[in-house]
Design a protein around this ligand. Structure first.
Ligand SMILES: [Zn+2]
Length: 252
């Protein structure tokens, strides 16, 4: 990633009316969270059908037992935001980022200080009641489930709680999708960070933005299907590249 290109990308961000960023698994793996879809990813170890919506509906007890195991594996040692999360929050706070869309479910953007990220696949730090749709913090539900309450139930209405993430076989949340498309359509600069852009709707959003005239900035270790269309295509590690880019936008 050369300094000249970086400075040009930073100029584009500074000059834009609307800057939107979208983050994928690469931003989470830097915090030690395994990538679900990579070749040695989690689903070689776990059976995806265990986490299908039909399994949850048929056997919420068994689903929760498996889910607890998965969460221990994913977040057992505790997870923290990394410099990429911090830099994107900083970009927002300085007024240079108008929206953040994420494919990740770990809640680390919020913990880093991003106000209201659009979560395409939900957020595993929350649970949602299947009867009254009340959302609450996942920790308490997991504590009760570990203590033997399987499945954990809603404190308001007694309904079954589900992790507030999009399970296999489930539709993506409509409002999040709507907001993401609206942001992409109106973007002057669209930054993709740590996404291989192979999964929908993440694959389509930057295309929508580019079709509307946005400047595309792609930061990813590997090449992506949109690398050819990106004005700035940085083959770089997000925890190095995003802070550098943000410093350039904010400090120069
Ligand atoms: Zn409820």
């Amino acid at each position: 990633m050369n300094d000249r290109e970086l400075a040009f990308a930073a100029d584009a961000i500074r000059d834009a009316d609307s800057v939107v960023a979208m983050t994928g698994a690469g931003v989470s793996t830097a915090s030690g969270i395994p990538d679900f879809r990579s070749e040695d990813g989690l689903w070689t170890e776990y059976d995806p059908s265990e986490f299908h919506i039909s399994r949850f509906q048929a056997d919420p007890e068994g689903f929760w037992a498996a889910r607890i195991e998965l969460v221990e594996e994913l977040f057992g040692d505790g997870i923290e935001p990394n410099p990429a999360h911090d830099a994107l929050a900083r970009l927002e706070h300085t007024g240079s980022l108008d929206g953040l869309i994420t494919q990740n479910v770990d809640g680390l953007h919020q913990r880093a200080g991003t106000e209201d990220p659009i979560e395409l696949h939900g957020n595993g730090q929350r649970v949602v009641c299947q009867s009254c749709r009340h959302r609450s913090d996942a920790d308490a539900a997991f504590d009760r489930a570990r203590a033997g309450e399987l499945p954990p139930t809603c404190e308001r209405c007694g309904g079954v709680l589900k992790p507030d993430v999009v399970l296999f076989g489930e539709q993506l949340p409509e409002y999040a999708l709507f907001r993401a498309h609206a942001l992409a359509e109106g973007a002057d600069v669209f930054i993709v960070a740590g996404s291989s852009l192979t999964v929908e709707p993440a694959a389509t959003l930057p295309k929508t933005a580019a079709d509307g005239g946005a400047t595309l900035v792609v930061i990813n270790l590997d090449t992506t299907p949109l690398s050819g269309r990106a004005e700035y295509d940085f083959r770089a590690d997000v925890i190095d590249a995003i802070p550098r880019l943000v410093d350039e936008v904010v400090d120069s």
